[in-house]
Structure formats: C-alpha cells, structure tokens
Design a protein around this ligand. Structure first.
Ligand SMILES: Nc1ncnc2c1ncn2[C@@H]1O[C@H](COP(=O)(O)OP(=O)(O)OP(=O)(O)O)[C@@H](O)[C@H]1O
Ligand SMILES: [Mg+2]
Length: 155
C-alpha cells in the first residue's frame, strides 16, 4: 500500500447522486486491503457515506477527504453552505429538513448525523450560516470489543 492511497479527496456536488457512495466505497476498499477488521471498516463506511449524502442532499457543493493512520481514520467533510442553524437540533434522531425530492428517494429520515455519532469515536461539527459546514470524524481502527446489538448499523 503506497502512502498516497492512505489519503483520499473527493468532490461532492449538491443533487449529484451519481457521486454518492464513491468516496466511502473506495475508502472501504483501501481499509480492506490493509487488513482492517470488518467491524471497523463498517463503522468508517457508514460514517463516510452518511456525511457525503448530507452534502449531496443539503448543500451546494463540498468535499470529503480522509487520512488513514496506524490507529484511526480521520474523515473531513466540508461544504459551501447553506450551513446548519441549530446543530443540537440537527443531531436529534428524526429531525430533517430534507427536500421532497430527497424524501421521494427514501432519504430524509433524520438518521444520518446520529448514525455518524454512533459509528464514530469522535465527531466535531462546525457550521456557519451562509458559509458552510465541516464535519471532522474520527474512527478508531483498533480491534475493539464488538458488542452484539449495539445499534451499529441503522439502515
Ligand atoms: N451538510 C449539511 N448542510 C446543511 N444542513 C445539513 C447538513 N447536514 C445535515 N444538515 C441538517 O441536519 C439535518 C439532519 O441531518 P441527518 O443527516 O441527521 O438527517 P437527514 O439528512 O435529514 O436524513 P437522513 O440522513 O436520514 O437521510 C438535515 O435535515 C439538515 O437540516
Ligand atoms: Mg443525512
């Protein structure tokens, strides 16, 4: 595995569903090639996928980048707005402002951010109205104890 593959950068555009899942899928493949345990790979993939979907559904445009370290994966997802007015409210399960077109595709359950929180070991959200939102997600790659039925996977 070359050092280059331990980092990735993907552009995301609002409404462009063809891009959805590309970043999380490639990250998953790299972790798999590195021999990371399946449980951790799943947590990374869920977190990355929910974050990229949020840019595609709620934002104008943005990017996802990742860095794979020895002990953890750091994923940064940043966009150019509109921003989140109330982060605490946005974190609540079931809260959504997803537009009709996204709901018609089955999105808009208000589950994405809580799902990232559950599947990551660190989540920091910065948002400014009119400027944009940045998520910094950390997922540990250490082989932790897998607890059955801990609500890991939500979808
Ligand atoms: N990148 C973002 N830019 C602006 N608003 C966002 C962004 N990400 C989330 N939000 C806001 O936070 C709300 C909750 O997000 P969350 O991902 O939990 O649910 P959802 O995207 O609405 O539905 P689901 O993820 O279940 O499809 C969104 O409805 C939206 O109002
Ligand atoms: Mg979402």
């Amino acid at each position: 595995m070359s050092a280059k593959e331990l980092e990735g950068y993907y552009m995301l555009k609002g409404g462009v569903f063809q891009d959805a899942g590309v970043a999380s899928r490639e990250l998953k493949a790299v972790l798999s090639a590195l021999g990371v345990p399946a449980h951790q790979i799943r947590r990374v993939a869920i977190s990355a996928f929910e974050a990229e979907m949020n840019v595609i559904i709620h934002a104008v445009a943005g990017s996802l980048s990742y860095v794979i370290g020895d002990d953890e994966v750091r994923i940064t997802v940043t966009d150019m707005g509109p921003g989140i007015p109330d982060i605490e409210q946005a974190m609540k399960e079931g809260y959504t402002t997803a537009p009709d077109w996204a709901r018609e595709m089955g999105w808009g359950g208000g589950l994405g951010l809580p799902n990232i929180k559950r599947n990551s070991d660190g989540l920091k959200i910065d948002s400014k109205i009119g400027e944009g939102t940045t998520l910094e997600i950390v997922v540990s790659l250490r082989d932790g104890q897998e607890v059955p039925g801990n609500g890991d996977e939500h979808r």
